[in-house]
Design a protein. Sequence first.
Length: 94
Amino acid sequence: MFEIINWYDSHASVSLVTYDWCGSSVSLSADGSKLAVGEYGDDDGDNAAGAVYLYTIDDSGTSWGSTVTQEVKLSDNHANISLDGGDNFGSPAS
């Protein structure tokens, strides 16, 4: 069975670039309401510093599917964290 999912991006879009490896690591919370997606090759601050995108999944209030909303991107240029090149943050995301 397939479920319709609506993706809403509230802060910044995922920019897919060759060798960013977005989605190579994912983790879902026990209650299914939070999703972490690793992008260990992200180069926001330095080469292959990495990033993790955090999403909220809301399946209440609709009879036809879930709504997925990007909450934050954790990377060298976002969320006040400091990463160095080659840190590969986001591998793994859990």
